[in-house]
Write a protein that binds this ligand. Structure first.
Ligand SMILES: Cc1cc2nc3c(=O)[nH]c(=O)nc-3n(C[C@H](O)[C@H](O)[C@H](O)COP(=O)(O)O)c2cc1C
Length: 159
């Protein structure tokens, strides 16, 4: 059973709803899922996970400071997260408001950790993005994202 860690920051609940859908998708694929906020995430949580999926609201085209703080803490694990599965998702207020740059901002950090990031040939290519709270389309994307990343982690770990 793959271990999937979903870490989200959310001030008004939109990214939290996405995170729950991502977790539901990963669970449906048979993963052992932990849902955490950045402040509650320990370095052990990061090290134990086979897949780490990060969700943040879009703040000026980037991730929230709380998520940056976790990434900065994670430098203590530099090199130890290599080969794990990674992915990201974001909620913004506007179409064209920077949600994809936020996802890519998070993916950059995951790649620097040496993680494996899966793109999506259809739907949201970089990771699920939502305008405000997830609607039906985003809910489907978020569940599928959780499911596909959980399956990839299971395949890579042979679990
Ligand atoms: C400090 C701050 C900066 C923001 N910057 C943007 C932005 O650049 N583009 C945008 O579309 N929305 C922006 N928003 C809106 C949030 O991304 C949006 O409301 C999001 O759905 C909030 O997610 P949450 O409910 O998980 O906190 C900003 C909100 C805050 C508080």
């Amino acid at each position: 059973m793959a271990k999937v860690l979903v870490v989200y920051h959310s001030k008004t609940g939109n990214t939290e709803k996405m995170a729950q859908l991502v977790a539901d998708g990963a669970e449906a694929a048979g993963a052992d899922v932990k849902l955490r906020t950045p402040d509650d995430t320990t370095l052990e949580d990061l090290q134990e996970a086979d897949a780490i999926l990060l969700g943040s609201p879009t703040y000026y085209g980037h991730s929230a400071a709380a998520m940056r703080a976790l990434l900065e803490r994670s430098v203590r694990l530099h090199g130890k997260l290599e080969g794990k599965v990674g992915g990201a998702f974001s909620s913004s207020h506007n179409i064209g408001g920077g949600n994809e740059t936020t996802v890519l901002d998070l993916i950059h950090a995951l790649l620097i950790h040496g993680m494996i990031v899966q793109g999506f040939a259809d739907g949201d290519h970089y990771g699920p993005v939502s305008i405000g709270a997830p609607d039906e389309r985003v809910s489907e994307q978020a569940r599928r994202f959780g499911e596909k990343n959980a399956r990839l982690a299971a395949k890579l770990t042979g679990s």
